[in-house]
Structure formats: structure tokens, C-alpha cells
Ligand binder design. Sequence first.
Ligand code: G6P
Ligand code: ZN
Length: 591
Amino acid sequence: FSPLSVTASSPSSSTTLAQSQGLNIKLIPTKPIEGQKTGTSGLRKKVKVFMQDNYLANWIQALFNSLPPEDYKDGVLVLGGDGRYFNREASQIIIKIAAGNGVAKILVGKEGILSTPAVSAVIRKRKAMFNTFLIFDFLANGGFIMSASHNPGGPDYDWGIKFNYSSGQPAPESITDKIYGNTLSISEIKVADIPDVDLTSLGVTKYGNFTVEVVDPVADYLELMEDVFDFSLIRSLLSRPDFRFIFDAMHAVTGAYAKPIFVDKLGAGLNSVANGVPLEDFGHGHPDPNLTYAKDLVNIMYGENAPDFGAASDGDGDRNMILGGEFFVTPSDSVAIIAANAQEAIPYFQSGPKGLARSMPTSGALDRVAHKLNLPFYEVPTGWKFFGNLMDAGKLSICGEESFGTGSDHVREKDGIWAVLAWLSIIAYLNKDKKPGEQLISVADVVKKHWATYGRNFFSRYDYEECESEGANKMVEHLRDLVSRSKAGDKYGNYVLHLADDFNYTDPVDGSVASKQGVRFIFTDGSRIIFRLSGTGSAGATVRLYIEQFEPDVSKHNLDAQAALKPLIDLSLSLSKLKDFTGREKPTVIT
Ligand code: G6P
Ligand code: ZN
């Protein structure tokens, strides 16, 4: 196949422009291709779709056509990805088109590898260097991430591309809308006539005035982690013989980071990293760190002689799951516990977090921490992009989502390894005075103590994947209708309604409004039932039902979440008529 017609080099169909930057730039004629609308996580399609002639090239050229020239001409862009199938070919296409459009320099991770948070870190770092030293050459204007996150990879699976802007955050909708518009009118692609770049070894190569620098994917990110955390504190824990740690990289991008960070820097045993080699098809796995897909790790952590701490991260390294021995930390609890302990255990937060935030469906555990610590608190719609403005405005330090995303303002993406280091810091801090042989404070102890202090927010999410869109949409209409007819004080079984709405968000920084972000029923005891349709599914409609109930009574904290939430779950199913609308008896995934 030839993903970019230029590689087939047919002189009749391309024109060589005047030399630009000492390069021959070819104009390749092309035609618009349908369906290139970018979601907020970028463009995600099956690999086979991206392999069509000019498919990726069109989108990349449309991106350059959408950016103000000063954002890339003579500028520096970062390029990396999660190591999935097609990244190698895609890297060459992106580099040649970037050069063709006048980019001065591409910083690319060795073998095309860079995790999503690492791309964000590299963009921010190179930008900071510009600000501090006024070294023009280091100005990074943005970067490309080649990943379809936690979706499976390989010739029959998914590929994706995303553009992040100069503070390291995903490009805003104003840009992605323009890119889509330009994909509908594109007529030519500007391609530099240079050979394929060798991405297998570090170093700088010049082609005329265009430079490619192959960088170590770990170095800048590791340096940032060493600034954020007290590595000697974490090392004191990981090198203890009575603390056993396992990190499952799921054959995805964090495989490149796990050994240099956990083993080489922090003293964990070599065999503490599982599935640590990034593979193009993630070893046939589904690299999503949850109880369903991270089965190997779950079996180990719930098996005989389980380690003390287990963690996993997803395809591109932004999601995380934290486990103790026979104990699962929900993402909603995880962010609350990190926030509650950050000031003591993590140097980056030594003057206290500036503010806390969660996505709307995420449980209210974090709200209680914000209240107790007297910190500004924000509830935003689902989607990491909503945290960025608050961070840039200095209002937000720590945030999280129920969808296994946790992070802080050290970058503008959620960050899986950061979350693991945050948890290790907390466990290390609480055990720092423990002598060998003394019982250590475990992950479960930390969570249970947190519940005892703040109360427990029982939480569960039911996913009904790939439903027929029509039924799912009708259900949402039915729920909206219910909302419009309901009022405070209405009785739903044993629950009394406090408020029902379709969540609306006004960004406190730029005043932009996001409406219809999920139907909520909030009851007087703080319990919540929330319905939304996923914005990331690739086929049909995925209905998500989120159920939450607050329990102040410590004697009930050890209940199983499904048992504790049973009455609310039954109520959710009956008020939504979910089975009638979707024809589904059971969810496909429960978290
Ligand atoms: C991605 C986004 C998250 C979002 C998650 C689930 O990981 O980065 O911000 O929470 O998808 O989104 P969905 O719309 O499928 O519930
Ligand atoms: Zn991801």
C-alpha cells in the first residue's frame, strides 16, 4: 500500500516547488475524504481506514491549513505515540508533511515512542526553556500523539492521531472544527522530498534547514517526575524486602517508562514490571487498566500471596488502576485520597493544592476533601480538556475522573505513572518510620482510614456498550422529559428528590458553556443516579449509568458496593426504562 502518494513518486502527479529551506517541497494533488471529523480525543478509526491513500496525509495537511502560520512556521513540534501498529509509517508521513509546511524542527521519541503525558511534558518543558533562556530553538509549539488510547491495536484494530497545543493540552474545539472543515476542501498536500528518517537511534539529522531530533522518550518526563516527587522517599519503600510491588504495562507505552523509572531509579525488583515490552498489538490485549481488561494483574492481586501494591496503565499511558492485596481502589476514591495526602507526601504540593476538581459523574469523595481542606472545588463535564483552563488560570492542582484518569497541573493530560508515583509516595510517607518486620500500613488501610474520616461514597458504573443508537437516544429523551416534570420533594421509592437536571457547565475562566452533559437525579441524602451516552465509543451508542450513595456509618463501610447500591440500581433501571429502550438485560461492563 502507499499511504502517501508521494512514496509512489509519480512525477506527473506532483509539482516540485521552488526550494524552501533548502528542501524540495512537492505539492501532491488530493481530494477530500469523508468522515475525518475529529473528536476531542483526536481522529480515531480502524487502521485499514488510515491506510487508504492520503487518508492520514490529508488530515495532517488540513491541520496545518487550520493553524495560524506563526504557530508552526520555523517552529518546533513534538511527535510520539504509544507504539501501536502503523505508528512507524505514520511517523514518516507526519515528519515529511511538517517539513513541507515549513516546520523547522521535529522532536520525535525514539522508535516513535512517547506516552500522552510525556508529549504534554515535552511540549511544556521546551516551551519553558524558551521563556527562561529565550533560546528560540527550544520553542515547542505543540505536538502530535499517535494513539487510540486504550483501544486494541494491530492491522485489524484501531489507530488514532491527536494534536496538542503549546501548553501541552489537546487542541480546543475551535481548532478541531477548522481541521474538519479543511478536510472537506483540501486539494493538495505539501510534502518535503526527504528520505525516511531513522527513528531507531538518538540524534540530530538535518535536511536543509529542517531538523529531526530523535529524543529519549523517558528523559524529560523522568526529570519532571523527579521534580514533582521525592524519589528517595519512594525508593525507601520500593527497596524494602517487606513491600512487594507490581506494575503491569499491558504491553503498551508505559513499558518504555516502567523499567527506567521504577526499577533503575526507584529500586523496584526487575520482575516487578509485567508485560513491560511495548508491542504493536499490545500482545493481543485490550490495554485498558480496569478489573475486566487488566485480568493478569487482577488475578495476581487477588491470588495467593498477593503483592502489596499493584498498578496498571493503558495504551498511551494516561489512565491508571491502583490495587492493594485483594483490594481495588476506585478511581473516584483514588483522586480523593491523593488530594487528602498530597501536601504531606508529595513535594510538588508542599504549599497545598490550589484547587480540586472532578468530572460530574465521578463520586463526591473529592468534594468532601475539598470541603475539609477548605479548597476551591470544581465539577466539570466528562473530558480531560475541561480541567486545562482551570489549571492554566492557577485555580486547579489535582483532578480526576471515574474513568481511571487521575492527574495534576504538572502536565495537561491525565497521567498514569504520575498516579502510581503519587500512591507510592503516600504509602512510603505513612510507613517511613516502620522498622523491618513491623506491619506496614497497606493500600486497604489507607482507603479504609479515609472512609472513616470522610465517609464512604459507594460508587459503581454500568456500561451498556454498542446499543442501537435509536433506542439509546429515545431513553435519553425519556429521561429529559422526566427531568422537566420533576420537582424537589418528589418521592422515588425511599428516596426524596433534591434536584434533577441535564448537567450544564459554564467555564469559570472563559465563560464558555457546555450543555446537556448528562441527566442527573440527586436525592436529599446525597445519592445520585446519572445517565449519559459515551462520547468515545466507536460503534452504536454506549449508555453509561453511574450510581452513587454516601455512607457515613463506618460499620457499613465494608459492604460490597454492588450490594450497598442495589436499591439505587433497581430504581435507576425502573425510572429510565432502560431494558425497554435498549433491549439489554445486563450491562456489558461493571466498574
Ligand atoms: C477519555 C477521556 C476522558 C473520559 C473518558 C470516557 O479517556 O480522556 O476524559 O472520561 O474517555 O469518556 P466517555 O465519554 O466514553 O464516558
Ligand atoms: Zn489513554
